[in-house]
Design a protein around this ligand. Structure first.
Ligand code: PMM
Length: 278
């Protein structure tokens, strides 16, 4: 199985599952190196929460959070992606060593982002997005969610190409949880082969998201759906995304997804001639 694992390093006080844990740069760097030791192929560093209802952060604050972390991880040989919607942060992070710009808004939030990325050699993740997190569920109105997500993603690909970014540098992401409610996310995930059919690498981010928690039976321990159970659900969606042909999955709990992908690839691989026990 060749699907890559993108580990999440949120340098934010308010991300919905890990907000506040890694705001200190040294803690964030140590966490990133730990995720690499667990098997992450890439690390996605972000300084602005996109959780539902989150307010925007000034680019200066975002850059103070992320740049030392991007630089240290890049110097340690990690392939770093910068999770930002701001052109200035994208450029500064690429200067600090990031090789991928991950814009969940697909270039819509900052009109300068696509042309800024075009001046670099970075790869670009274009997410499907319908507006800021503060009111994103108000925009989750679709006739045919799969068709509309595909069409809007294709428009972002065209905009990136028009800005001068070679198509081979583009990665698309259906934006699970962004402007989509529970069932709509499942419809999009089931249609992943069609998204892959757009002809670009596809990144999928389901990690710990609300639509997973909504599915799981709540309150076995009287405390909602625990992080451990969300991580297990994420490992399952990671395997299914990999089986559908995703290029990479973006996850908080790298080791759970690594184990799940290893088990799945052992299931799919012919074992004739192996010397295993039991
Ligand atoms: N999700 C979040 C943040 N960044 N980037 C991409 N490309 N795809 C996603 O699905 C995505 C993302 C929100 O999750 P977090 O706040 O737990 O990082």
């Amino acid at each position: 199985m060749t699907t890559l694992i993108m580990g999440i390093v949120n340098v934010t006080p308010d991300s919905f599952s890990d907000g506040g844990r890694f705001v200190d740069p040294d803690t964030a760097i140590a966490h990133g190196l730990w995720l690499r030791s667990e098997g992450a192929n890439l690390l996605d560093v972000g300084g602005e929460s996109t959780r539902p209802g989150a307010e925007r952060v000034a680019p200066r604050v975002e850059q103070e959070r992320v740049l030392p972390v991007v630089q240290a991880l890049a110097e340690a040989g990690v392939v770093v992606s910068i999770d930002t919607m701001n052109a200035s942060t994208a450029l500064a992070a690429v200067d600090a060593g990031a090789r991928i710009v991950n814009d969940v808004s697909g270039g819509l939030a900052d009109p300068d982002l696509l042309s800024a990325v075009a001046t670099t050699t970075a790869e670009l993740v274009l997410g499907h997005w319908r507006g800021p997190s503060a009111d994103m569920y108000a925009r989750a109105e679709y006739g045919d969610v799969v068709r509309e997500v595909m069409r809007e993603l294709a428009e972002r690909v065209d905009a990136a190409a028009a800005a001068g970014i070679p198509p081979g540098r583009l990665i698309v992401d259906p934006g699970i949880g962004f402007g989509k409610k529970g069932a709509q996310n499942w419809d999009v995930l089931r249609a992943l082969p069609r998204v892959i059919g757009l002809g670009h690498r596809v990144l999928v981010g389901t990690s710990r998201k609300r639509f997973l928690a909504e599915l799981l039976s709540a309150d076995v321990d009287g405390d909602g759906v625990s992080e451990m159970r969300r991580d297990l659900a994420t490992a399952v969606t990671s395997v299914l995304a990999a089986d559908a042909g995703a290029w990479a999955v973006r996850v908080h709990d790298v080791i759970a997804t690594r184990d799940a992908l290893d088990v799945a690839s052992s299931w799919w691989r012919p074992h004739a001639g192996d010397q295993g026990s039991e």
